[in-house]
Design a protein around this ligand. Sequence first.
Ligand SMILES: NC(=O)c1ccc[n+]([C@@H]2O[C@H](COP(=O)([O-])OP(=O)(O)OC[C@H]3O[C@@H](n4cnc5c(N)ncnc54)[C@H](OP(=O)(O)O)[C@@H]3O)[C@@H](O)[C@H]2O)c1
Length: 420
Amino acid sequence: MNINLVGINYSTAPLAIREKAAIGTGEVENALNLLGSLTPHGVIISTCNRTEVFTISTDNENETANGLKFLKNCLNVSDDVLHQHIYTLERSAAVEHLFRMASGLDSMIIGEYEILGQVKQALEAAEKVRMVDLPLRHIFQSAIRTGRRAREETGISKNALSVSSVAVDLAAKAVGNLKNSKMLVIGAGEAGRLVAKAARDRGISQIVVASRTQERASSLTSVLGGTAISLDDAAQEMHNCNIVVTCANAPHSLLTVSQLKAIKQSRSRLPLVIIDIAVPRNVEPEVAQLEGVFLYNIDDLYSINKKNRRQRESEIKKTESIIAEEMAKFAVWWRNHKIRPLVRAMMSKAERIRYSQMERTMKKMPSLSDEDRYRLEKMTRAIITRILKDPINIIKTNGLTDDNFTETLKELFQLSEVDK
Ligand SMILES: NC(=O)c1ccc[n+]([C@@H]2O[C@H](COP(=O)([O-])OP(=O)(O)OC[C@H]3O[C@@H](n4cnc5c(N)ncnc54)[C@H](OP(=O)(O)O)[C@@H]3O)[C@@H](O)[C@H]2O)c1
């Protein structure tokens, strides 16, 4: 049995490809059902930075085949394009990747907090549709513990940035001064909340939050301040704003070239800065061609992150030590988990032999007292425990070094019923 990962992320694929594989909150269950038609156990993590599929394969299966089929289906691209942008990892490399991800080391914004919550949500979603078996659950729970430790024991997330807060920094840079600015935030989920909070903390003059469901925008502005509007009124509101940040979980464009052209015509000559951090994008990329409109997307934030990475270099090393500790703990658990079926089979075979021999003997000794029968039972049990003690200890210490070793043991002890 093995753990496998197939993924696509911000460092292997441009936004135009990545957004095809993005799975929004409302689509996760369907995506898991699709994965479930290929393999019984799997977890999907889809964020603005990545879409990754973790699966479990048996020793005889092609390890990454199911994850690959799933991503190919999402991306709907040729094999050439697929292999240009995806990565596959197996066994401990896949686990270590997950531990790094949960710790914030694999994010575009190193040390960001959001990824830990996203890893937890991915596990919960897969649990809901019963796609998590014991090894997957243990791997994800260990990753979550590693992520928590990284944040508690190192400064990796001290004054952490988020994609949303970096977007606000970029907006501030683009307009010069947030204090005289009016920002429209389209999307009132976690990303929208972080954008509104960062804008408020940096002293924005006015903020308007638009959401498809206006109540969601209202509950955000009731805490953070600003005005809530419905998505239908967002275009009208753009006449009065100089910054728009889009972060709605829509599978299609919410701002089109024709809409923006119409808005530009009736708007003052003031430049309009649009930062689209949604994946898939909320704004048609051709909007960037319009005069007076400055469009940025999530990949434009990457250069800002380079400085963030440099500042956290020493904390990255400390976080890597925690990951190494957790990987060592995980290796012990995995080894014990893998040997469990074999050890169980050896013990139950020995117990079956002991029991049938005892029954035969008892038939020949009908006058044996209960006390003597109890002593005999105890003695025969002690014999099988003593005989199996050394081989089991050796297996526990060395693990199942390879499939040949397992096969040899199965043959030696004639174990046909070892479950995988
Ligand atoms: N979470 C992060 O930290 C983060 C960071 C960077 C980028 N992003 C990107 O930002 C986007 C939102 O992420 P999130 O975590 O905030 O997700 P989320 O909580 O699911 O976002 C919900 C928002 O999206 C709106 N929405 C959902 N489906 C829509 C549709 N079909 N048409 C119009 N609006 C729709 C919701 O409207 P209702 O009011 O109707 O529910 C709500 O305002 C995603 O593309 C994500 O990749 C997220």
